[in-house]
Design a protein around this ligand. Structure first.
Ligand code: MN
Length: 235
């Protein structure tokens, strides 16, 4: 039976929004997308979490620097306290329960914050690679180097991937996560939780690379496969 993958939404005014690219990626990987509206009520979140086989933290705005003990840099964007709170709670539950978790862009950053890490609040002046790409989002603008002994390396079987890049923040300190990939300028591009069945955060957007890069869809497939294995183990 197909796995149910909860995907966190973004709230814009009174609307919950999610790019169809995430939904499409999960469908193509054989999963059942289940949209999670922004909500900070932990009782509601627990009920939703109990029905999930996997959790996808989607992209979006900047996590509040307050969450990792820092003052907001002038370059930090708009913060969404309700979404921050929801995703921190869900990420920590997924870490603790061994629920497969995939973080994309902001999602990878939220994973690091949930794991006690810290972010680099603005790459302007620091980056030596174009991380806010001007090319269309399905174009892989820069490369990343994968570290051996990581799940990401085992999944892709490759040391170097070409990826798209639409971020002005990045993980600075990964907390209890391990660094799984870096860009040529040293910016952290992927993190994962060692010992967890599947807790991977990527700074790029694989959901936009499915047509162009052969590593993109296998990541979603491996995520859904991990969810299926975990469900079988727990039943
Ligand atoms: Mn990048």
């Amino acid at each position: 039976m197909a796995v149910v993958v909860g995907i966190t939404c973004n709230r814009v005014g009174y609307e919950n929004r999610l790019s169809q690219a995430y939904v499409h990626a999960i469908l193509q990987a054989g999963g059942v997308p289940f949209l999670l509206p922004v909500c900070r009520d932990e009782q509601i979140l627990k009920r939703q979490f109990a029905r999930l086989d996997a959790l996808l933290l989607s992209g979006g705005g900047d996590p509040d620097a307050f969450l990792y003990g820092e003052e907001a840099h002038p370059g930090q964007g708009t913060v969404q306290p309700d979404r921050d709170s929801m995703e921190l709670f869900l990420a920590r539950q997924a870490f603790a329960c061994g629920l497969p978790l995939l973080g994309i862009c902001r999602g990878a950053q939220m994973m690091a914050v949930a794991a006690g890490g810290k972010l680099l609040q603005d790459l302007k002046g620091v980056e030596r690679v174009q991380h806010s790409q001007r090319a269309p989002r399905s174009y892989p603008i820069h490369s990343v180097l994968l570290r051996k002994n990581t799940l990401l390396y085992r999944l892709t079987g490759r040391q170097k991937l070409r990826v798209n890049s639409m971020h002005h923040q990045a993980v600075r300190l990964p907390g209890r996560l391990a660094i799984a990939a870096v860009a040529a300028d040293g910016v952290i591009e992927a993190v994962e939780l060692p010992g967890h069945p599947f807790a991977v955060g990527v700074q790029w957007h694989p959901e936009w690379l499915i047509q162009t890069e052969s590593h993109a869809l296998p990541l979603f497939k491996a995520f859904c496969a991990a969810a299926g294995n975990c469900r079988r183990k727990n039943n």
